[in-house]
Write a protein that binds this ligand. Structure first.
Ligand code: FAD
Length: 560
């Protein structure tokens, strides 16, 4: 039995079925996908064969050096090594035997690419676009991405699509690509509630669900895992609540917990997250730590990771939706590194190289918050920047931000002093900060934080902008600010597991019959974020290993 139909749980269920087991996946909500459906869908798999086929040299050895430099020694934890050794083969096996289909991300630098062993191309893979129509009426069972990832109210676009759409008048190839996207979408909308050309995390979860259906693996919707059944020291089943009451489900080979981690569990947020715990979370609301709490009651141990930060972060801005709810927009890659934007704290000072990874940006927010209020921090730019690159949910090309000002999304000032007053920041300090940044922009060298110096910065910057692709003056009023808050895109603390994803007890012995993967399992990166796909790579690899271990009589083997 598998609890949770996100990427981790669906992989475990799929592989268990391929290995000949009878599988039941219990999903609390009415749809598959969980947070994975809202994700970019990138997997970090050093040495993967899609990268190799595309001509990118990589090796587990290089990745091992990189992780050693970033995370440190893994001591007695064998999982990182297993992940590096087995990851590429597992992805190959999955693509051979299921509808999963990945392509190389190509050039996509690791997030600390100045460390030894860091990669710049080929380490990350993304799911190929998936045609949701293949699912028939069950397309409605795939959870939607966040609203802000849609264009025209329901069309998904990936990074390449965005580049083609923005450059649609620059080449015939771009124009044809853009026209095809829009025509397909318009045709889709005659029959479907949203576009059926799925990309990123939505393509990943749809490919997994499609594979499950082809293998006749049942997903029981509206079935919330509550408790483990433990008999003679072994997990033999689970209690699940459904509309018609509680059901006891027997599990001969084991229970895999994949309920997405503890994101919305206030107790665990206080224990595992930094102070003050982030108020916002990007996880789906169902992820309240059901799997982890039940495993704890059954004697499993939690692992906070050495970084003791409990989460993997992104700065998010708050979007007021039409229905009155508040949406979260993750500032992952489209705006922070671009030239002409700075981030300041409540003292009006910069505190970070704005082009670092989303995780490192939030880590810097917490560090800065120790000396000056930095929660929220402010991303500040001018009207020319917004027109060219967009800002958060504001699309490039936007000339008038008054609508966004009125909704409270941004704060606007015709002069820096006026903006500072509205932000409750000392006007003189903010003016000095911007003037200093503008001097750096003229020289092309950020003497304070080195924006534009790393490969990752430049990758997300604007190559057309010279001399530094990440620096341009902020001097074209009105001036615009958006508040960003820390939020986790994934939990990093979770259940301690071994290399077969078996949950471990306080003495590091496997809890017989109990497995965890995805965010229910403590991250193998111990609170660090090496590169794109840091959580989904391990989620699939250890979902696979859990299922294989259970199927091959692992539980019985361990008992004898
Ligand atoms: C904007 C964004 C972008 C991201 N991009 C990436 C990326 O590109 N690469 C990457 O590696 N990571 C990315 N992530 C993180 C990634 O999405 C998560 O780490 C991943 O989805 C975790 O997978 P999971 O299966 O553990 O949990 P989830 O995907 O959250 O799935 C958990 C499932 O369990 C269900 N559930 C919860 N409780 C119960 C219960 N009691 N019983 C039954 N079912 C239950 C939920 O409804 C859900 O369907 C991103 C996240 C966000 C928000």
């Amino acid at each position: 039995m598998v609890a949770g139909a996100g990427p981790g749980g669906m992989t475990a269920g799929l592989v268990a079925s391929l290995e000949g087991l009878d599988v039941l996946i219990c999903e609390k909500s009415q749809q598959v996908g969980g947070t994975g459906s809202t994700s970019a869908g990138t997997l970090w798999i050093p040495g993967n064969s899609a990268g190799e086929a595309a001509g990118f040299a990589d090796s587990a050895e290089d990745a091992r050096s990189y992780l050693k430099a970033l995370v440190g020694d893994d001591g007695a934890d064998p999982r990182r090594d297993i992940f590096l050794r087995e990851g590429p083969g597992i992805i190959d096996d999955l693509t051979r035997r299921t509808a999963l289909d990945f392509v190389s991300c190509g050039h996509h630098p690791d997030y600390r690419n100045n460390l030894p062993g860091a990669g710049s191309s080929g380490r990350a893979i993304i799911p190929a676009p998936f045609d949701g129509r293949l699912l028939g009426k069950d397309f409605a069972r795939v959870r939607s991405p966040i609203d802000d990832y849609f264009l025209l109210g329901g069309m998904m676009v990936g990074k390449v699509d965005i580049e083609r759409l923005l450059g649609r008048y620059q080449s015939m190839e771009n124009f044809v690509h853009a026209a095809r996207l829009v025509l397909r979408y318009l045709a889709d909308r005659l029959r479907h509630a949203r576009g059926t050309r799925l990309v990123m995390g939505n393509a990943l979860v749809a490919q997994l669900y499609y594979s499950l259906k082809k293998n006749h693996v049942p997903v029981l919707f509206g079935a919330a895992f509550k408790e483990l059944v433990v008999e003679a020291g072994r997990v033999t089943g689970a209690i699940v609540t459904t509309d018609s009451g509680s059901v006891r489900i027997g599990a001969r080979k084991g229970v895999v917990l994949a309920t997405g981690g503890f994101a919305h569990n206030p107790r665990f947020r206080t224990i595992f997250m930094p102070d003050p715990p982030p108020v916002h979370s990007m996880a789906v609301s169902e992820n309240v730590g059901d799997g982890i709490e039940a495993a704890e009651r059954a004697g499993a141990r939690l692992d906070a990771g050495r970084a003791r930060r409990g989460g993997l972060w992104s700065p998010v801005s708050l979007v007021r939706r039409k229905d009155g709810s508040t949406g979260l927009y993750p500032h992952i890659l489209l705006d922070r590194a671009k030239p002409g934007l700075i981030a300041v704290n409540g003292a009006g000072r910069r505190f970070v190289n704005e082009g670092v990874s989303y995780h490192d940006f939030v880590e810097a927010m917490y560090r800065s918050n120790e000396t000056a209020p930095t929660i929220p921090a402010w991303l500040i730019c001018d009207a020319a920047f917004v027109r060219k690159y967009g800002l958060g949910v504001i699309h490039p090309g936007t000339r008038n931000v008054r609508k966004f000002e009125k909704s409270g999304y941004v704060i606007r000032g015709d002069r820096i002093e006026g903006l500072a007053r509205k932000l409750n920041i000392d006007a003189g300090t903010l003016a000095q900060t911007i003037a200093r940044h503008n001097r750096f922009a003229a020289k092309g060298v950020d003497e304070d934080f080195g924006k534009g110096e790393t490969e990752l910065n430049r990758f997300n910057g604007d190559p057309e902008n010279r001399p530094n692709p990440c620096l341009a003056p902020i001097d074209s009023p009105p001036f615009i600010a958006v508040a960003v808050w820390p939020a986790e895109i994934a939990c990093s603390a979770g259940l301690a597991t071994n290399g077969d994803a078996q949950a471990l007890d306080a003495g590091d012995r496997p809890v017989d019959g109990l497995y965890a993967c995805g965010n229910d399992m403590a991250s193998i990166m111990a609170g660090h974020y090496p590169g794109p796909g840091t959580t989904l790579g391990p989620a699939l690899v250890f979902g696979y290993r859990a299922a294989r271990h259970a199927a091959r009589g692992g539980c019985e083997t361990i008992r004898t």
